[in-house]
Design a protein around this ligand. Sequence first.
Ligand code: ASP
Length: 637
Amino acid sequence: MFFCWLNRLYRGLSSPTGRTTQLIWGSLSRSLVLSSRRRIPEFSSFVARTNTCGELRSSHLGQEVTLCGWIQYRRQNTFLVLRDFHGLIQLVIPQDESAASVKKILCEAPVESVVRVSGTVISRPPGQENPKMPTGEIEIKVKTAELLNSCKKLPFEIKDFVKKTEALRLQYRYLDLRSFQMQYNLRLRSQMVMKMREYLCNLHGFVDIETPTLFKKTPGGAKEFVVPSREPGKFYSLPQSPQQFKQLLMVGGLDRYFQVARCYRDEGSRPDRQPEFTQIDIEMSFVDQTGIQSLIEGLLQYSWPRDKDPVVVPFPSMTFAEALATYGTDKPDTRFGMKIVDISDVFRNTEVRFLQDVLSKPKGTVKAIRIPEGAKYLKRKDIESIRKVAADHFNQEVLPVFLKAGRHWNSPVAEFILEKQSLELIRLMELQEEDVILLTAGEHRKACSLLGKLRLECADLLEARGVVLRDPALFSFLWVVDFPLFLPKEENPGELESAHHPFTAPHPSDIQLLYTEPEKVRSQHYDLVLNGSEIGGGSIRIHDAELQRYILATLLKEDVKLLSHLLQALDYGAPPHGGIALGLDRLICLVTGAPSIRDVIAFPKSFRGLKSDPEFCHRSDNQAFRRKESRQHSSPQ
Ligand code: ASP
């Protein structure tokens, strides 16, 4: 069922009755009602139609209209349903001899052919109204018809409920784009971006500035694509983000910059990543962390679709250390509990050998998560797969412990759990009968990361069994702050690399540590997390050339020559500044509930990073520039 969502959208009509599609189109219409003082766009200016298919109502009765659209379906050579982006309308095919040529066109044109028709808006006969269609009270008595283009046999039907493989969808993307869902996603994206521009430029005086996409290699730019130039041996790099340019703009006095910026990172395509993606990129002078956070909260509140629960600000905030200790990740999904609990103290005097071993080490800990009613929902094979994840990804053991009726433990180590330990465990973890705990022992960060991963795996398992853990209508925003400035390099833990990027300023209270214990320095870096996905990140920048040089050369061991332009600029009266970038594709993906960011991009790369049409697949072989993927997927430049 197709709903005329745009009409309601702009005119604020009440939502239609209907089922599945109503969920999509009903919500689309409301979501796109973004401003109270809305103007109804003129959808039929400059083109060969008088109206859109979806906008006609009883109020148009008697009007002569010309419509253009695709043939959705035909019934008994009597009715034809025509579709455009706006909705569906029923046409009555003339049966009289004098209109034989019109009848022939409309009866012979295959489905999805594109036609132009003219006719009169008439009422449907009593009893034949379709309350599920916004145009269901009327139909068009066709007088003339023109076949604008015929459609061959389709590789798949243009109906959302018809399942098709992603490969086929990408191969025939232009057909896939005709689907209601893709129309919804792309139009919602356009509306949100429009509201963001309005908020930034019109309400807060930002300047929209384009920056180059042909640039040079930057230090640590391991994931850059290179573009050969005409001069043999000379290449450009595609920027991972406009980071350096936006900082230079601050030095240039353009003190409130933003851009809907195209960024490039050669890190393969995954459900939440694309080699080519879009950021809402922002930089401001004379701002602190709180200023940037308030700006973003206001921006999201302003651009948020109306049909969703309103965005509540300010967003909660959590330190990186707390996020890691409680959720095992720097992007916690805070829509549900199952938090990590440190139970080291319960087992200080344990007889369980492997716990003893770990706790005897200086950094050894024992941690656990509670899976509510896990005994009821988790099958033996689930536990096996959980243990396999632990072994394969973390080289670590997890111990499932079931609390059975009568407070009996069911676990290989049950007999070693003393009464006192048992009571303490039940208290600390707030255990109920039928709960399962997953317990692991090891160094803090590793144990937390493992349980963080298992927490999400178990949530998926429970939800697959019908338990409602995460409310699909809930948008849970979270700031993660106080990141470390540096992390040990994965490939060489003796060296440091930036946790965000090398331009991030240290926390003012930790500056002295830079010269003594740099690994302990906290940064002025903040990430925005939504439902467990990182949707933005930024920082207050270093605006002192000397400090920037010290960090690059001495601590990060980067070639400062590559950044001499930036270092020089900082010396010419660079204002204090900071910024952030929001990942637009991920944000829209979460807002629309799409399974992949590919569903919110008109022409995405496929899973392997290729545009599906081979004509478009020329990728440069830049293996030489590739480094092991860094732990920080955003590690932006
Ligand atoms: N350039 C950074 C990124 O791409 C964002 C920032 O620090 O403003 O994530």
